[in-house]
Design a protein around this ligand. Sequence first.
Ligand code: SOE
Length: 412
Amino acid sequence: MTDHTPALKIAMVGHGFMGAAHSQGWRVAPRFFDLPARPEMSVLVGRRADAVAAAADKWGWAETATDWRAVLDRDDIDIVDIVTPGDSHAEIAIAALDAGKHVLCEKPLANSPAEAAAMAEAAERAAKRGVFAMVGFTYRRVPAATFARDLVADGAIGQIRQVRAMYLQDWLVDPEVPLAWRLQKQFAGSGALGDIGAHAIDLAQFITGQRLSSVSGILETFVKRRPLVADASGQAGTALAGTASEEYGDVTVDDLALFTGRFDGGAIGSFEATRMSTGRKNALRIEVAGSTGAISFDLEDLNALGVYDATAPDTRQGFTRVLVTEPGHPYLSSWWPTGHMLGYEHGFVHQAKDFVEAISSATQPEPSFDAGLQVQQVLDAVEHSAGAGSAWTPVGEAAVTSSAVVDQIAGV
Ligand code: SOE
């Protein structure tokens, strides 16, 4: 980049855990990748002036604001980055796109297929004006995951037959962990299913190139009441739950989701999303079995990819632990020499890089809001199935009345 490199000024709405991660992505991307435009961390938006000022100072945002609508009126803002709870994604994203701002929105895209459809329609309108939207499924941008997708796309493991995807956490095993927004349907839309199951769904579809067409699932809530959060400002920073008060409230989302699925390319998948898997901290794992091989990935060992080649001589077969740190691996040529590891935040750096490059080249970034809508429809189908005795449920047949949602969002 030079002094003549154009700037892309960003306003980020929200400043919780994902606010910290996105800030790291914006801050680091231009320092390791030669970008066609320079992302500038211009405005951090939050409801409490004191909390948002502290976050802006800590993460390097130039200004702060408490009204995201006022920020949309500014001509000097190019990108709106939404890292708020899911109940505000649709309203902010649709308004920002209609105001001509590019939008990056955290996952899951929304809290319902109807909201997600309204967002996808706004993104389609905006794209015709050269304004683009992307949803933040960052784990597809961990080099080992991207490399897995490349191997499958190249036919390295043959015809895909079986997918085993799970996202295992245990931060809710303690019943005294407070009732944060991720545990309340009105804010989060669902529990482990949407919060982390969405990642497993996106990663399985990204790596295989196939889409889920029908599902059968169950949901469970093990701890049904938790202490209320004592201080909402505790939501700033990387805490997931804040501090507990003496009062208790109802948990209105799932702790655990289990489901099976049929893919449109003929594969069969089993999925697990749980924040009750004692001892597993952030284990997003996927194994894809093909007719001539397999791949295996674990986010808790994110620099490595297991690769099995069934065409090797019998005496030489076995899962190889490929260290994904070579310059020829996705994204790695801009980082360190071979064998020097990346970490959790690098997926967010790659997300920022890819989004800036897509905007600068006027090409639709992936995953698009349409992709986010399809994941939302899978989530919705799992919920419908769980409510109907685990009946097989087609993906995408949920009634989507996006116009009614748009009217509701617009306050009509
Ligand atoms: C909590 O489950 C959480 O922070 C999710 O909300 C994120 O999407 C995931 O990447 C890490 O865990």
